[in-house]
Design a protein around this ligand. Structure first.
Ligand SMILES: Nc1ncnc2c1ncn2[C@@H]1O[C@H](COP(=O)(O)OP(=O)(O)OP(=O)(O)O)[C@@H](O)[C@H]1O
Ligand SMILES: [Mg+2]
Length: 262
């Protein structure tokens, strides 16, 4: 059964020459517990899509089409959204940042403190509760943002390039954490990424968007043995085969390049 169903979603923004189309006719269905990745070139409307799902489009944006929400997504905090820009508040400690969503919904101080401390501990951030964001590494800041996104135990977790700015090693650690989280919680994940390999490694289904205005140009089910570790998967023959095919779809030029080299 679908948790979320998007039908012919179109979004336009006001521009200098009138409205311009950022997304066109996007269809998307997500089952509960699924891990879906969206890839597409810069500016194709990935952040716009997540903004529409989170109800956070800026004034002036126009939306057409339909978004069906399952009842489970109607409770407060059911959608966790990790934005592309780092939105930790610099004047708040790690603990106070993580508590913020609970505070905004008026949970008593003791309850929110306990929940926040538990989550920080679970994500390897114990000992940094009193630190300020500028005192943390990029990887730790992303981890704090992730904890803040997860604190409400969301049904659907939308992540906008969460690991984009991190070095390869930190990225691998956090990819492994995302995967573990998904496996342990059965939450539903929608991951936007530039990184094709990341999409294939983590997602069960990869959706490819075209350049602006973003449309769904392809959808792939990824069949990989998910019991294997990420490094093992990354070096497997199936993985190379799948990423190669997707890569060609994203950049048709690479096909002719390969031909001329081969
Ligand atoms: N608030 C806004 N007002 C006007 N135009 C916008 C606004 N936000 C985004 N756009 C435009 O809409 C298009 C899609 O932007 P969006 O940020 O969704 O792309 P994206 O796929 O997330 O790109 P990236 O991979 O670089 O993050 C771009 O052309 C962008 O300039
Ligand atoms: Mg974006």
């Amino acid at each position: 059964m679908c948790l979320l169903e998007v039908e012919r979603l179109g979004i336009s923004y006001p521009g200098q020459d009138g409205q311009f189309q950022a997304l066109a006719e996007v269809n998307l269905q997500m089952r509960a517990g699924e891990f879906v990745a969206i890839i597409g070139p810069s500016g194709c409307g990935k952040t716009t899509l997540l903004g529409a799902l989170a109800g956070l489009l800026p004034p002036g944006a126009r939306q057409s089409g339909i978004i069906h929400w399952d009842g489970r997504l109607r409770r407060r905090g059911a959608l966790g959204y990790l934005t592309q820009r780092d939105t930790l508040l610099p004047w708040r400690t790690v603990l106070a940042n993580v508590e913020l969503p609970l505070e905004l919904h008026g949970l008593p101080r003791q309850v929110r403190r306990r929940q926040a401390l538990e989550m920080l501990e679970r994500f390897g951030l114990a000992g940094f509760e009193r630190s300020y964001p500028h005192e943390l590494s990029g990887g730790m800041r992303q981890r704090v943002s992730l904890v803040r996104t997860l604190i409400y135990d969301p049904e659907l977790i939308a992540l906008d390039e969460p690991l984009g700015s991190l070095d390869a090693q930190t990225r691998l650690v956090l990819q492994e954490e995302l995967r573990r989280l998904w496996r342990e919680t059965h939450q539903t994940f929608l991951l936007v990424t530039h990184d094709l390999e990341e999409a294939v490694l983590l997602a069960e289904r990869v959706i490819v968007l075209s350049a602006r205005p973003g449309r769904v140009v392809a959808e792939h089910k990824i069949e990989l043995d998910r019991k294997r570790s990420l490094p093992e998967l990354r070096w497997s023959a199936e993985f190379s085969r799948i990423t190669r095919r997707l890569w060609q779809e994203l950049n048709p030029q690479t096909k002719s390049l390969e031909r001329s080299v081969g």
